[in-house]
Ligand binder design. Structure first.
Ligand code: MN
Length: 236
């Protein structure tokens, strides 16, 4: 029995420029997933859906912290095997970020640059670390966060689902508190909307669904160059 309750909502938009929406999100009980697919001719759409669905099935079979990490590995193998089996699908892959409740804590896993944020007491914290070229440069002190947002290599991932046979996801844990608000989002949100504006939308006192819609609208208003996906989870 858990005393934690979740009130989740999600929104996704193709954006203003792209011809397909290769983002995918999934809310399944106490599992929340956002994936951002990549591939030629819209095959990223298949990769993001395949990965999220595989994670759901795998985590349902083993709903533990180790099971969530294993679910990412299962998603990786599933996408990789599918790409290997069909030359048309070569090169497809996806990022993934997921949060699940395990007992009284939250387990956070991520691969690539799809992010998980926590809003607690009005302060926004990142619960995931990007696997990207610019994130490495920021960690090395070579560029600032502001420079990363416009860097020519900002879309270059150093880790993704489906590109190698093995993957080691980032893993984090959180002891949730009532009033916490989580945001899972694709890069189409945070590259268009700076974190100081994300925090304003998250703290505006709206329920999860209108908050997701406001975040997507803000990303579109700022250019909408990529697909935009936001999942907001209120913890009570
Ligand atoms: Mn994207």
């Amino acid at each position: 029995m858990s005393s934690i309750t979740f009130h989740p909502a999600g929104a996704s938009h193709i954006g203003n420029v792209r011809t397909t929406n290769e983002d995918h999100h999934l809310i399944d009980g106490e599992l929340f997933v956002v994936a951002d697919g990549m591939g030629d001719r819209g095959h990223g759409q298949l990769a993001s859906r395949l990965a999220a669905d595989t994670m759901r099935t795998a985590f349902a079979a083993d709903p533990t912290a180790a099971g969530l990490v294993e679910a990412v590995r299962a998603a990786n193998i599933t996408v990789r095997d599918r790409a290997d089996a069909d030359p048309e699908l070569a090169g497809m892959g996806t990022t993934i970020a997921a949060v699940a409740r395990v007992d009284e804590r939250l387990v956070i896993v991520n691969v690539g640059d799809t992010r998980v944020y926590l809003l607690r007491d009005g302060v926004l914290t990142r619960l995931s670390a990007d696997h990207s070229r610019v994130a490495e440069l920021v960690r090395a002190g070579e560029i600032t966060e502001e420079e990363a947002a416009t860097h020519p290599e900002r879309h270059l991932l150093t880790l993704a689902i489906g590109t190698e046979r093995t993957v080691a996801p980032g893993v984090n844990h959180l002891h949730p508190a009532p009033g916490d608000r989580l945001l899972l989002c694709s890069d189409g949100l945070f590259t268009e909307v700076p974190e100081e504006d994300i925090v304003i939308e998250l703290a505006a006192g709206r329920a999860a669904r209108p908050t997701c819609e406001a975040l997507v609208a803000a990303a579109r208003a700022n250019g909408g160059h990529d697909n935009i996906t936001a999942v907001v989870v209120d913890i009570g």
